[in-house]
Design a protein around this ligand. Structure first.
Ligand code: C5P
Length: 286
């Protein structure tokens, strides 16, 4: 079967709101998502051993179905009633891990797109997104990419007008957050406020970049332990001092990003943040 190479772009949350806890243990969310051109690359090839094996340039990632890339391949076969086959997935990881940038979910989404090609299955993106629901809450959005409103568990999607092209400087401070733990904590903290999601949707409709950047907001910043919140604020301050139009944490963190309408200022911010944290990147919105 043909070997395919697929790209997996990172995502950032322009807004992230938690509406409440559900009976199934998940939370109802309302978030505006955006993809950026910071990408992992995956190659899907006939396997040399049994089952699905994932190899990557990051030593600590699991090689079996605990890796979302492998889970996606298995979910694809299950959905199409195709018996599992030996498959080797080679993952070149660029997106920081455990950063709130959707790296694992985007890898899974890329595998679904790649499997669709390998098997000539001809599934639509909507059908692939449906399969992705079983792999992880952010996977359906990652199948679609671009600018979208995600609701429910994250799987109820509405395409939005694309964000006017701009630069994003992304920086992961030197701590990681457990997503389930932060979701657990959000139930017990008093949220200071919520994002102006309606205003964000209007700003996108009008192609109003300053209107978008004024409304960047993530409720999870309120649930961070103080020491972590200090680091997030430190990164935000550097971004704003360098000319970012706005800056906020993405997902459940710990990556923080700033949006710039000026590439030179973005380069400067990247250089300043690299002095603090090595996992700093410059990307463009896509
Ligand atoms: O769906 P996924 O496996 O990516 O979710 C990881 C964890 O994040 C869940 O186990 C849950 O603790 C939390 N989560 C949640 N509500 C969501 C999405 C994720 O509580 N809508």
């Amino acid at each position: 079967m043909q070997t395919v190479e697929v790209k997996a772009p990172a995502k950032i949350n322009l807004t992230l709101d938690v509406l409440g806890k559900r009976e199934d243990g998940y939370h109802d969310l309302r978030m505006v998502m955006q993809s950026v051109d910071l990408c992992d690359t995956l190659t899907l090839a006939d396997g040399g051993g049994a089952g699905v094996r994932v190899s990557s340039n990051v030593g600590f990632l699991p090689c079996d179905e605990r890796n979302l890339a492998a889970a996606a391949a298995l979910a694809f076969w299950r959905a199409l009633d195709i018996p599992a086959q030996p498959l080797d997935i080679t993952l070149k990881k660029i997106i920081p891990v455990c950063a709130g940038l959707g790296g694992g979910s985007s890898d899974a989404a890329a595998v679904l797109r790649g499997m669709n090609l390998r098997h000539n299955a001809g599934l639509s993106l909507t059908e692939l997104a449906k399969i992705g629901e079983r792999v992880g809450s952010d996977v359906p959005y990652c199948v679609l990419g671009s600018t979208a409103l995600a609701e429910g568990r994250g799987e109820v999607l509405r395409e939005l007008p694309t964000l006017p092209k701009c630069w994003a400087v992304l920086c992961k401070p030197d701590f990681s957050v457990s997503t389930p733990a932060l979701f657990g904590k959000i139930d017990s903290v008093r949220l200071r406020c919520h994002p102006d999601t309606e205003g964000m949707l209007r700003a996108l409709e009008q192609g109003d970049l300053p209107g978008v950047t004024r409304r960047l907001y993530n409720v999870f910043e309120d649930a961070l332990p103080e020491r972590c919140a200090d680091k997030v604020n430190q990164v935000k301050n550097v971004l704003i001092d360098c000319g970012a139009l706005g800056a906020v944490m993405s997902g459940t963190g710990s990556a923080v990003y700033g949006l710039f309408d000026n590439e030179q200022a973005a380069q400067q911010a990247k250089a300043e943040l690299l002095k603090l944290y090595p996992e700093t990147f410059l990307a463009q919105t896509v």
